[in-house]
Write a protein that binds this ligand. Structure first.
Ligand code: ADP
Ligand code: MG
Length: 334
């Protein structure tokens, strides 16, 4: 999220939440701010408002996986105060490793030192040189973390876990599990643009979700809709380099870092929207795909049919083009 929006979020964080029932009296709607972004949760429930339980779940989740919460399970592992995990972190470590392997290391939750070095560099113009990058790469790499029963073992004490590319998606799944526990069959959960849904909307129709056109607009306020996706069950996540980017020597760099090269990604893929059966998976692949670039992603999608994606890229004439995987074509509203 860009800084202006973040500042607004923080300003409103204590006063901004909103809860109501829709015209169809069975549907509850909650909106507000969590994990430095906005959320919206809509669900059908005959007589139970789950607002308080959802807030509790958010707190529990933050206490586990947030890098901003110094007391969280993940923060204590990062500072080497502890090596104990909880159920959320164990699931994240297992799923992240699987996706890192499937994407030849394009997705990597240990990439934070490189992200910070580049992000800092873009603010001060002191970019890391190849020696600095090589030395950071000695403590970057998903294979440098092992989960042994419930204990984390790091190959190097400087290894840091940063789940920002998967945690919003996983939070949608955790809230979905809560709603499922209450036998709720119709819901849509959105956290910072990542979505998990099931069943029908209050209009008794499939859920309809817009995919933004990727404009070069750091404010994020200036956007149009590229496509509308109809879904009744599953998850969708988007990653793009069109809001978080920097220019250096006339070249555009994104906030996504290629963990293998150690450099920010710079290619013609502007955004990736991934559909999968859970939102953690969709979120992680959306980030990985931004690293891999269009051609590698198209090959990947052809042999991994359980993952679908809509890619928006700049073609050779500098125009916006889209690629839609076979399994996603019938989900796009004509
Ligand atoms: P968004 O914040 O736009 O939803 P992502 O889900 O793609 O974006 O997450 C981007 C964040 O993930 C970055 O800000 C950075 O902290 C981290 N990151 C950057 N590159 C990678 C990578 N290759 N693998 C995993 N995490 C990454
Ligand atoms: Mg992501």
């Amino acid at each position: 999220m860009n800084n202006r929006i973040k500042i607004l979020c923080l300003f409103f964080s204590f006063i901004f939440f909103f809860s109501c029932k829709s015209k169809n009296e069975k549907y509850y709607k909650h909106r507000g701010q969590v994990f430095g972004t906005f959320y919206s949760i809509i669900y059908e429930s005959n007589n139970k408002d789950l607002f308080d339980e959802i807030q509790e779940k958010f707190k529990e989740y933050d206490y586990s996986l947030s890098n901003y919460n110094k007391e969280s399970v993940v923060s204590k592992i990062n500072t080497n105060e502890s090596n104990h995990t909880d159920k959320y972190l164990r699931y994240m470590l297992k799923l992240s490793k699987e996706i890192s392997k499937n994407t030849d290391g394009a997705f990597d939750i240990t990439v934070a030192p490189l992200v910070n070095a580049w992000g800092f560099g873009f603010k001060t113009s002191e970019f890391p040189d190849s020696t600095a990058i090589d030395s950071m790469k000695t403590f970057v790499g998903f294979e440098k973390i092992q989960l042994i029963d419930s204990i984390v073992k790091k190959d190097d004490s400087r290894v840091i876990i940063d789940l920002s590319a998967i945690a919003k998606g996983y939070a949608c799944d955790v809230i979905a599990d809560l709603l499922e526990d209450h036998k709720i069959d119709n819901y849509m959960i959105e956290i910072g643009g990542e979505i998990r849904c099931k069943g029908k909307s209050s209009k008794n129709k499939n859920w309809r979700i817009g995919i933004d056109k990727p404009f070069d607009d750091k404010t994020g306020l200036n956007h149009g809709i590229e496509a509308i996706v109809k879904m009744n069950s599953g998850a969708m996540a988007t990653s793009g380099n069109y809001r978080q980017f920097y220019y250096k020597d006339g070249k555009k760099y994104s906030h996504t870092i290629d963990p293998v090269s150690g450099y920010p990604v710079s290619h013609n893929l502007l955004s990736t929207t991934v559909v999968a059966n859970n939102c953690a998976t969709a979120d992680a692949y959306a980030t990985a795909f931004m690293v891999m670039g269009k051609d590698k992603v198209i090959n990947f999608l052809k042999s991994n049919k359980e993952i679908n994606a809509l890619l928006i890229y700049e073609n050779n004439e500098g125009k916006l083009s889209t690629y839609i995987s076979e399994g996603m074509k019938n989900m796009i509203q004509k």
